[in-house]
Ligand binder design. Structure first.
Ligand SMILES: [Zn+2]
Length: 138
C-alpha cells in the first residue's frame, strides 16, 4: 500500500508538515503509507492535516468513516496549509473507541490567509481510527 501516486509526499528526513517537531518518517509518514495505523485520534488528525498539506486525497478518503466519506475529494490547489494547532483533545486514546480533537489550521489561499477552527469527531472502525465529522466554528 503506497500513496506514491500523489508524488508530492515529503521525504522521511524532512520535517513533518504537521509541525510536531518530528521528522516525516517518524511522524505522519508511516500513517500515510499505511505502515503504522494511528494509535490515537490526535495522531490520526495530525496525519490527515499532513495529507491535506501534501495533497494525499487517497489517504484522506481511506481515513474517513465509511458512513460520512465523500465519494471523491478535490483539493483546492491554491490552498497551502501553513500551521496546525491542536487546541484540545477529548478521549481518543489507545483504549477509547471515540474521540474529539479541536484544532485550528492556518492556510493561505487565492483570497489571502485564513484559518479553519474545527472540533472533529473520530471513532474506531475495525480497530482503526477514522474521521467521522466535525463542527466548524469561527
Ligand atoms: Zn506529523
Amino acid at each position: 500500500m503506497t500513496s506514491a501516486a500523489t508524488g508530492s509526499n515529503p521525504s522521511d528526513t524532512d520535517r513533518c508538515p504537521c509541525r510536531s517537531g518530528d521528522l516525516f518518517g517518524a511522524c505522519c509518514g508511516p500513517r500515510l503509507s499505511g505502515a503504522t495505523p494511528a494509535p490515537t485520534a490526535e495522531t490520526l488528525m495530525r496525519s490527515r492535516y499532513t495529507a491535506f498539506a501534501v495533497g494525499d486525497t487517497d489517504y484522506l478518503l481511506r481515513s474517513w468513516h465509511p458512513r460520512t466519506r465523500p465519494r471523491r475529494l478535490t483539493l483546492d490547489p491554491d490552498q497551502r496549509w501553513l500551521l496546525l494547532e491542536v487546541l484540545r483533545t477529548e478521549h481518543g486514546g489507545p483504549f477509547d473507541d471515540t474521540g474529539v480533537v479541536e484544532f485550528r489550521a492556518h492556510y493561505r489561499a487565492a483570497g489571502g490567509r485564513g484559518s479553519l477552527h474545527e472540533a472533529s469527531r473520530f471513532s474506531r472502525v475495525e480497530g482503526r481510527w477514522v474521521y467521522v465529522d466535525g463542527d466548524i466554528t469561527e
